[in-house]
Ligand binder design. Sequence first.
Ligand code: SAH
Ligand code: SF4
Length: 400
Amino acid sequence: MQPTTEPRNAILVEKTPLETYVPPAKPSLIGLSRTELADRLGEIGVAPAQRKMRVQQLWHWLYFRGAQNFDEMTSISKGIRAELAQHFTVDRPEVVAEQISNDGTRKWLLRLPSGDNVQKAHEVECVYIPETDRGTLCVSSQVGCTLNCSFCHTGTQRLVRNLTAGEIVGQVMVARDRLNDWADREDGTRRVTNIVMMGMGEPLYNFDAVRDALLIVGDNEGIGISRRRITLSTSGVVPNIVRAGEEIGVMLAISLHAVRDELRNELVPLNRKYPIKELLQACRDYPGASNARRITFEYVMLKGVNDSLDDAKLLVKMLKGIPAKINLIPFNPWPGTAYECSDWDQIEKFSEYVFNAGYSSPVRTPRGRDILAACGQLKSETEKLSARERQALRAMAMTD
Ligand code: SAH
Ligand code: SF4
């Protein structure tokens, strides 16, 4: 995606130009709740008394077995399968590129309909990070982000649109497809064991779709990833934090990054709307937070900006009374940024201080940096298209 990194990466899927995008002709059933599936079955003539059983079957084929077409769904009658195929698909977002990092991290570039203009496409990224004891999928919630955090690559891309629930669940399904990770895997183990809503976008500014998608991902008759293994990261949309606990019930991560409002206003501009004190109160009120279910505070390590021992001291002080762990993230550079990652011994000193004060303080190992797949490096080409569009518009305005 970025010219500086392109030659080193394996791009396994031939990338077609955005301009040649052909939108899907029929809607996909992916992302629908059981009630919505029952309604669709009603639309194709399935009798009310049969719908519940058919929904159970469909759910199993879609989300437990990962069926990629209706023909596979052999427990459903041929007639209904044919009707379904005539009106719907089980398509996931289209994979237009797959890159594999030297460390095994995989990044998929996915193409989606633009929503408002069927001839145009949008793109998002989704990243799989294998570790010895788990495999984490980093999922996007929006194309771009409205929030412009100064150290984040995604923030430099203007928001194009919210993803639908189907496009969010679809990312998990794409990963399971590409990793051969559905229920019938011979060894019975799982590759995708954890989900983090830490890709492109602010999940709490796309609340309903993120909620609906995560309820499907966590459903134990389907994809079945437990809510304790799903983490939602927010830059601090205070009014939706408690709601997330009540309506989704997943683990919470807060992108804190600074301990003083003055600096946080600069790094995470949303802080001007919801300052640190209000943010921490929402964390205190988060339903289900306990020592067994701690809230993660993410803290990006920026050289000379937020990495002093005074910052560490204040951090420990302000988290008092909140069941918390602290995740230190070495800053991942991207083309054009003015920030630098803190020196390694400073990160260690910071981590040690926090650890000695009684908090778990792991330093997140940067993964997939060579393919710009690490935290904050995601950015899709959609903006490039819109830049071209803007240029075309300017040219048109000049000729008017
Ligand atoms: N919008 C949400 C989730 C996506 S960002 C949020 O901000 O929480 C996931 C994490 O990566 C956040 O903690 C974010 O602050 C962090 N991040 C962003 N840019 C980064 C960068 N360049 N280096 C390291 N971490 C970064
Ligand atoms: Fe958006 Fe999160 Fe990046 Fe901030 S850090 S710009 S909220 S994606």
